[in-house]
Write a protein of this length. Structure first.
Ligand SMILES: *Cc1c(COP(=O)(O)O)cnc(C)c1O
Length: 464
């Protein structure tokens, strides 16, 4: 045995290395709720410590973990805490995080049942739970992917397969050259990853038939072009700025009758369909053909976790299919048939644990809680004439504007500098806005008030 092998056996058996990592992690968790949300410039500058040449000799694992903690932890963004409102992210539910921690020791590959029976079983179970929870047709299948970018890609790949197959064209064999032309219809505020997916599946962004949106960012049903059996229609559940939901009742049945494929990008919004109070936002979304949703955003699973749900198992699996002489088909479920990857980490474990822990009531409370605190933010920030909320806060997103674009930007940067909370910018109806996305279960009413206070303080500093 080489000395390196001996050293690694020792590290594996001795356990103190893992205890060290865990104890650093625990000390991180004990501080993360109260520390500055964004790392200090000093902490960011110290990241230069990582700029080193790859050592020739194997090193000391304990020293490496200490190094990672010393320079890495302070340079993280406190997304786990309750005052990070940037982009559309999310915290972690402790049970999901703990389940992930156990599963990292297993290092399972969830490609096939024969490779990991536990992953195969949990994927089956969660697929069934999701159908019930979200009120989707029983025939829906789920693929567990890295995020909604990938889920959107899978949905469009399935759509492309089915619409062409209906015209006796097998995309997997014949490819796109000389294939019957497909149409893509989506709204002007489709998420950038939708555009990426359209381009990845070879449909071409230049071919998109754009549809205007209303003042809340919802596709205007009356402005949809005539749909047909060559059309992929892409809707959204949760506009990335306003959080608005498209009107599925007005659109879906008609689109389906015309033979179109409907894909819904519901990265953070689809979970509204699992609630009592917000379910109305997703009314009739079950008439779509495919849905993309993230675990790692509003559901608060660890990264990376996305799901493609598809009511056409054949289209999904045929479009993502791979074969090989060494492939042994399982009796239950081989996860790789539902995703582009073969080897995949076992993200299903955290997703299973999060859903199992919360239960239906807990999921309802989590999602509605994000909405309630977004509303509280909107209410509190609009108390002074300095700030205006531009959107109807139907879900978890609040768009805040000051008197001028310059002031809006200046306030945003000042809020970021204060580090009490973190918010990013966007534009809405050609105006600069500060976008507040409430995505974390850890956000309390006190966090909201403290963050609103930080907005006021930022305004004072700028005005002074
Ligand atoms: C975040 C987001 C995506 C992309 O999801 P990832 O998980 O980051 O890949 C797509 N659509 C919408 C509406 C989003 O908010």
């Amino acid at each position: 045995m080489s000395t390196l092998q001996e050293k690694m056996f020792e590290e594996l058996k001795d356990g103190s290395l893992f205890q060290k990592a865990e104890s650093y992690g625990l000390s991180y968790l004990s501080e993360v709720l109260n520390r500055n949300v964004y790392p200090s410039s000093e902490a960011i500058d110290k990241l230069a410590e990582f700029e080193e040449v790859l050592p020739v000799e194997s090193g000391d694992a304990h020293a490496l973990i200490t190094r990672l903690h010393s320079y890495g932890s302070p340079a993280t963004v406190a997304q786990v805490g309750g005052r990070y409102f940037g982009f559309v992210n999310g915290s972690v539910i402790p049970a999901g995080l703990a389940a992930k921690n156990l599963s990292i020791f297993w290092d399972q590959n969830s490609a096939m049942q024969v490779i990991s029976p536990i992953c195969s079983k949990l994927e089956m179970v969660v697929q069934n739970w999701l159908i019930e929870l979200l009120g989707l047709p029983k025939s829906v299948v789920a693929g567990f992917v890295s995020g909604t970018s990938m889920a959107n890609f899978c949905g469009l790949a399935a759509a492309r397969y089915r619409l062409l197959k209906n015209k006796d064209w097998d995309i997997t064999e014949q490819g796109l050259f000389d294939a019957p032309k497909l149409r893509v219809v989506t709204c002007r505020q489709a998420h950038s990853t939708i555009l990426k997916a359209i381009s990845l599946v070879g449909l071409g962004k230049g071919n998109i038939e754009w549809v205007d949106v209303d003042a809340q960012g919802r596709i205007i049903p009356e402005q949809l072009p005539e749909l047909d059996d060559s059309t992929i229609l892409i809707l959204q559940a949760g506009n990335v700025n306003s959080g608005a939901f498209d009107d599925y009742s007005k659109i879906c049945k008609k689109a389906k009758a015309a033979g179109a494929w409907i894909h819904i990008d519901g990265a953070f919004g689809l979970w509204a369909g699992a609630t009592t109070r917000l379910k109305h936002l997703t009314k009739d979304y079950e008439y779509a053909d495919s849905w993309a949703v993230d675990g790692h955003k509003t559901l608060n699973t660890p990264y990376d976790s996305g799901i493609i749900l598809c009511d056409d198992a054949e289209a999904l699996t045929a479009s993502l299919h791979m074969t090989g002489s060494y492939i042994i088909k399982g009796d239950e479920r081989d996860g790789m048939y539902y995703t582009p990857e073969m080897s995949r980490r076992s993200r299903i474990i955290e997703l299973w644990a999060t859903l199992r822990y919360l239960g239906k009531k807990g999921i309802d409370e989590l999602i509605c809680g994000l909405h309630d605190r977004a509303q509280l933010f909107a209410e509190e920030i609009s108390r002074t004439p300095n700030f205006k909320v531009l959107n109807e806060v139907v879900f978890n997103q609040v768009l805040v504007q000051c008197e001028t674009d310059e002031l809006t930007e200046a306030v945003m940067y000042e809020v970021q500098k204060l580090r009490e909370c973190w918010v990013g910018g966007s534009s809405w109806q050609n105006k600069k806005v500060i976008r507040v996305s409430v995505c974390s279960w850890t956000t309390t009413d006190a966090d909201i008030l403290r963050s609103v206070h930080s907005f006021h303080k930022a305004m004072e500093i700028i005005r002074a």
